[in-house]
Design a protein around this ligand. Sequence first.
Ligand code: SF4
Length: 372
Amino acid sequence: MRTVSLYVHIPFCERRCPYCTFYHVPKTDRAMETRLVEGLIGEFRIAGADLGRQFQIPTVYFGGGTPSLLDHRSFEILIDEISPFLTAGSVEITVESNPEDVNERLMQNLSGIGVNRLSLGIQSMSSRAQNVLKRCTPRSNEQAVRIAKRYFQNISLDLLLGIPGGTARELEESLAAVDRFEPQHVSVYCLEPGGVIPPDTDDFFDRVDMERAADEYLLVCDRLRTRGFGHYEVSNFARSGFESRHNKVYWNGGEYLGIGPSAHSFIEGERYSNVPSIDQYLAEWPMFPRTVRRHEVRGETERRLEEIMLDLRTSVGTPLDRLKCNPRLVDELVDEDLASIVEERLVLTDRGYLVLNEIVHRLSGGPWAASA
Ligand code: SF4
């Protein structure tokens, strides 16, 4: 049976983090949530019909925004709707949660409806850094992890690097907390502009020290590896068997359906993106996919470069065969300690991951691109 993973975008946030470039809106009232859930279900039904209703969903990811702001009844309605399609016995269902929202009731409710993976954006364990990021206190992070561990055996923690004014000591505080919290998975992101909306304050990213962020990244890669985490993707580390199955679908070229404003899909080799506007989404989803979902037209070279880029994000790397028109570049990357060759595949080093975009740019300018 065909498998299609499902991403559900919940765009609500309590307040805006100054570094945020994800599509989100303030949650104004219950009525808006009700309309969003109606839209998500409507979109899922129409997209499901397009797929001939003959598919199974092996992984579900509720991302945002802040999915943990969603009312429990909304979660129940959404899970009820998709449950006939879930792969029996082995589905992975992740919910991103703000540590401030974690309490016994939320954790009990989520685990009660089959959520089996929790992603917590703790970001840092320094009070100063959390203040800069306008996030909760380290104490709230600590309490959230303590409660979450009573209900989930698969917890992922997000850390941010390059926080303005950050110090080596602050990073050590965060890493010591990761040791203490014993999560199964850690995601590490360098603060950088990009995404669908500009940052809150013009100068936030001016204050990010990219050189320090790079040094922090190399240190964190080293530290997490020595603690037994596998570095399986540029930003992701996991204990054996706890790699995110959902995110692996993205990197391995599997099919996924994204529902909700700003969600992305990859179906039958084509990419689609939903409009990043809740107003437009709610007004127009009944006409889906004509206006809400946009087809991203890509040329052959772009597709192949994208495949290589996705490969290079992972610790499995990309087959040398794919790069055979540009062997000199492969040699250069190895000489520069940006990559190594493992079983006929080019695999980036930690230093290579730091300049992944630059490497892809170098590939795109080579003879490979012209003859691909
Ligand atoms: S970073 Fe996350 S929680 Fe903060 S505003 Fe953006 S989407 Fe919301």
